[in-house]
Ligand binder design. Structure first.
Ligand SMILES: *Cc1c(COP(=O)(O)O)cnc(C)c1O
Length: 330
C-alpha cells in the first residue's frame, strides 16, 4: 500500500501503543484507497493519534476498578462483561480498550475457572456479554469450552458475543462455528459497524448466515468525525444493516481514549443525527445514542429535545417535523 507521511510517522511510533493489525480481507478493501477513506482511517493510524488531550485517559470507563476477577467487568446489577481475549483480527484506532487490547495478556485455564466461579457465585447475573478483544479470534474448541461453562450456570438466562469478525474476517463464520454456537441459545450477537462500505457481499453473507443460525444480531456504531458523522451516511448504514438482518442497537459517543481527538465529535452532533433519523425512517433503523460516562458511570441514553413543556397539567412535545403536540397529564 502507498502510505502518506502522516501514516508512516504514526506507524513508526506505535511502540507501546495499540498495535497495527489488518486482516488480508480488510486490507483488500482499502488497498487502493485515498488517505481520507473511512475504512482506511479505521485501521491505519495517523500522527494525530500520538497527541494526548488533557481530558483523555487510558481507561476512560474505569473498567479496572469494576473488575472483581481477571476478565470480568461487573458494572450493572444483573449482567457482566467478560473479556475473554485481548486479541482482535483488526485493531480499530478508536478502540475503547486501546489500553489493554493487543497486549500479550492471555487468560489461562485458571483465570477462566475463576471467572466462571464468579458468575456462578453471583446469582443476580442473568446476562453474560462475552467480548474482548474479539472472542471469535479464539478457536472453535476454546469458544465451546467458554460457552458450555457459562451455559451450565442455571441463573444465566442469556449470553451475548461482541464481535467485529463478520466485518473484518467474514470467512471465520464457518458451518462448524455456527453449529457450536447454536448449542448455546439464547445467544445474541453484537456486531460493530462504522460505515456502509463495510457491508460487502462477503460481510452480508456472514451476517445472513448468523441470522439463519437463529442469533439475534445487533450493531453498535461509534460516532466518528469525518467517517460517519452525518445523517445520509448514518442512514445508509442503518438501512444496509437492516437488509442483512442486523438491528442497530447503540450509537456511541466516542470514548475519551488517548489520541482520539481527531475522531471525536460533539455530543450535539450525535443528537442531530438521531433527530435526522427518528420519524424519517423505520424505528428499527434508529439506534439508541449513548454516552458511556467517563469514570465508569455506565451508558447514558440521550435524546434530542422533544419536550417543550411538562407540568402537572400536560406535556407539550415537538414531533419529528417540528409540529407541537400535547398530551394531558390528568
Ligand atoms: C455495555 C456494557 C454492558 C451491556 O450493556 P447493555 O446496555 O445491557 O447492552 C455490560 N457491562 C458493561 C461493563 C458494559 O460496558
Amino acid at each position: 500500500m502507498k502510505l502518506s507521511d502522516k501514516e508512516i510517522m504514526a506507524i513508526n511510533n506505535l511502540k507501546g501503543r495499540l498495535p497495527l493489525r489488518i486482516t488480508p480481507y480488510f486490507a483488500s478493501l482499502i488497498y487502493k484507497s485515498k488517505y481520507s477513506d473511512p475504512l482506511r482511517r479505521n485501521v491505519i493510524p495517523v500522527v494525530e493519534e500520538l497527541l494526548q488531550h488533557t481530558t483523555e485517559q487510558s481507561d476512560p470507563l474505569h473498567e479496572k476498578s469494576f473488575s472483581p476477577v481477571k476478565g470480568i467487568v461487573h458494572r450493572y446489577p444483573d449482567r457482566v462483561l467478560f473479556t475473554v481475549t485481548q486479541v482482535c483480527s483488526n485493531y480499530c484506532r478508536y478502540c475503547t480498550r486501546s489500553h489493554s487490547v493487543g497486549r500479550l495478556d492471555k487468560l489461562g485455564r485458571q483465570d477462566f475457572e475463576k471467572a466462571f466461579n464468579y458468575i456462578a457465585a453471583h446469582k443476580e447475573v442473568r446476562d453474560v456479554l462475552i467480548s474482548g478483544g474479539d472472542p471469535l479470534t479464539l478457536t472453535d474448541e476454546t469458544l465451546d469450552y467458554i460457552l458450555s461453562n457459562i451455559r451450565s450456570i442455571p441463573h444465566v438466562e442469556m449470553i451475548r458475543i461482541g464481535t467485529r469478525i463478520p466485518v473484518v474476517l467474514p470467512q471465520r463464520i464457518t458451518d462448524n462455528l455456527i453449529s457450536i454456537l447454536r448449542k448455546y441459545h439464547p445467544l445474541f450477537i453484537s456486531l460493530h459497524f462504522s460505515h456502509p462500505a463495510e457491508i460487502t457481499d462477503e460481510c452480508a453473507k456472514a451476517c445472513i448466515k448468523l441470522a439463519d443460525g437463529g442469533f439475534p444480531l445487533g450493531s453498535q456504531t461509534v460516532l466518528l468525525k469525518g467517517i460517519n458523522d452525518n445523517v445520509p451516511v448514518m442512514k445508509e448504514l442503518m438501512h444496509k444493516l437492516l437488509k442483512i438482518r442486523v438491528r442497530p442497537y447503540y450509537l456511541y459517543q466516542c470514548d475519551l481514549i488517548p489520541g482520539s481527538g481527531h475522531f471525536r465529535t460533539t455530543v450535539r452532533k450525535g443528537l442531530e443525527i438521531i433527530k435526522g433519523l427518528r420519524g424519517f425512517t423505520s424505528g428499527y433503523a434508529v439506534p439508541t445514542f449513548v454516552v458511556d460516562a467517563p469514570g465508569g458511570g455506565g451508558k447514558i441514553p440521550l435524546l434530542p429535545d422533544y419536550v417543550v413543556e411538562h407540568n402537572d397539567e400536560k406535556i407539550v412535545m415537538r414531533n419529528y417535523k417540528g409540529v407541537l403536540c400535547e398530551y394531558p397529564e390528568k
